[in-house]
Design a protein around this ligand. Structure first.
Ligand code: PLP
Length: 410
């Protein structure tokens, strides 16, 4: 088929099998197991000679269609859908490393990713070496023969920092390391991870892709641009599966054995989330730009950060990697924690949960919530201050958002 735009592609990914009723939408296959015609056929399936869905913890038709849609939209080699963004991250790191190995990352990470690396994985002998990912020298100093990957977030949450991906690609290639990006904040319509040399892309589909905080999910995306022979942890898979060694290890080992599959009902909702993704992101972006202008002019706002604003220090990187649309999250500072709390309590349209990239605008005070469990020194190091709030901008009419904020700042 001719190459089409993002939304046209999303609406027209073909089914793997013709639907018996010519359904225009992918039906919801809510079934634990799938039957075989004979004992011989199920034997052939277990030998890998007859490919079919068997048991929904390993694969199922609606989830498979969701994976196919992400594959088409990211122009990637293969996709595995999982139960959450954290499942995508943990499955991937478990596949790539073993006890005694290490990965390089930054301390500017989503709070639970930071906790996964610092606490959970550390207890199993997997070390994360935290570096300033903007410093080539510092990263290179931390690499040794047990380093397997460099892990980063495209736009860090909530600091909204952007690393120069080109530098990371260069180092990863020089030392044969895998480059893993969490691109949750910058969805596939604004960020083409494979084009910039990312090998494995991870997305919490709970956010934009779910279509408005409808359901939990995650996507593991293999861009097909890494030689798995370079990592000894894939030696059981490379000969048989070659380019698909990573996906085979995920499917036949980590994902199947740890049980983090996506529910078919979730896949059904997220398939529709993908259809409207581009439109929703465009609207959120326009709202961000208008709010940015408003915040910059308001005397009570001490600082506003949105890399899409021309005044932002990382605007050039936002243009280079995300076409100027670096997600739709912004932060702003008031003079004190008390002022932030008073402001948040007065809001009537903007909501106060802990989530982002809903259709609704959401606000949170990261210092006292997502990062509350970290000592003050670590929060300061990670750039989390008690005067800062994170605003995830939704699709409401912008004049209503501005009126809500204006009223709460009074
Ligand atoms: N990555 C980022 C950047 C996130 O913001 C989040 C959640 O907020 C996650 C990963 C984890 O996703 P989930 O909540 O779907 O497990």
């Amino acid at each position: 088929m001719k190459k089409t735009g993002f939304t046209t592609t999303a609406l027209n990914v073909p089914f793997t099998k013709k639907d018996p009723h010519n359904s225009l939408q992918m039906p919801l296959y809510e079934s634990v197991a799938f039957e075989f015609d004979s004992a011989e056929q199920i034997e052939a399936n277990f030998k890998g000679e007859h490919i079919a869905h068997v048991y929904s913890r390993s694969s199922s038709p609606t989830v498979e269609y969701f994976e196919l849609k992400i594959k088409a939209l990211t122009n990637s080699n293969a996709v595995v859908a999982v139960s959450s963004g954290m499942a995508a991250i943990s499955n991937t790191i478990l596949a790539v490393t073993k006890a005694g190995d290490n990965i390089i990352s930054s301390n500017q990470l989503f709070g639970h990713t930071l906790a996964l690396f610092k606490q959970t994985f550390a207890e199993f002998g997997l070390e994360t070496r935290f570096s300033n990912l903007k410093s080539k020298e510092e990263i290179e100093r931390l690499i040794d023969e047990k380093t397997r990957a460099i892990y980063f977030e495209t736009v860090t949450n909530p600091q909204l920092e952007i690393v120069d991906i080109e530098i990371l690609t260069e180092i990863a290639q020089k030392y044969n390391l895998l480059l893993i990006a969490d691109s949750t904040i910058t969805p596939p319509n604004v960020f083409r991870a494979g084009k910039f040399g990312v090998n494995i892309e991870l997305i919490s589909t709970t956010k934009y892709i779910s279509g408005g905080a409808t359901s939990f999910g995650g996507a593991i995306i293999d861009h097909g641009n890494y030689d798995w022979n370079l990592n000894p942890n894939f030696s059981d898979y490379t000969e048989k599966f070659k380019k698909n060694a990573f996906i085979a290890k995920i499917r036949k080992n980590i994902y199947r054995n740890t049980g983090g599959s996506m529910a078919p009902q979730t896949a059904k909702m997220q398939i529709h989330g993908l259809d409207l993704l581009e439109l929703r992101v465009e609207r959120c972006y326009k709202n961000c730009m208008d709010l940015g202008v408003f915040f910059e002019a308001h005397p009570k706002v001490k600082k506003v950060v949105y890399p899409g604003l021309k005044s932002a220090s990382n605007y050039k990187l936002a243009e280079k990697y995300f076409n100027g649309v670096p997600g739709t999250i912004m932060t702003f500072d008031l003079e004190s924690k008390e002022a932030c709390f008073a402001f948040m309590n007065k809001l009537q349209i903007i909501r106060r949960p802990t989530n982002l990239n809903d259709n609704k605008s959401l606000i949170i005070h990261p210092h006292s919530t997502i990062y509350g469990e970290f000592p003050e020194e670590e929060r300061a190091e990670a750039g989390i201050h008690d005067t800062m709030m994170r605003l995830s901008v939704g699709i409401e009419n912008v004049e209503d958002l501005i009126a809500d904020i204006e009223g709460a700042l009074d």
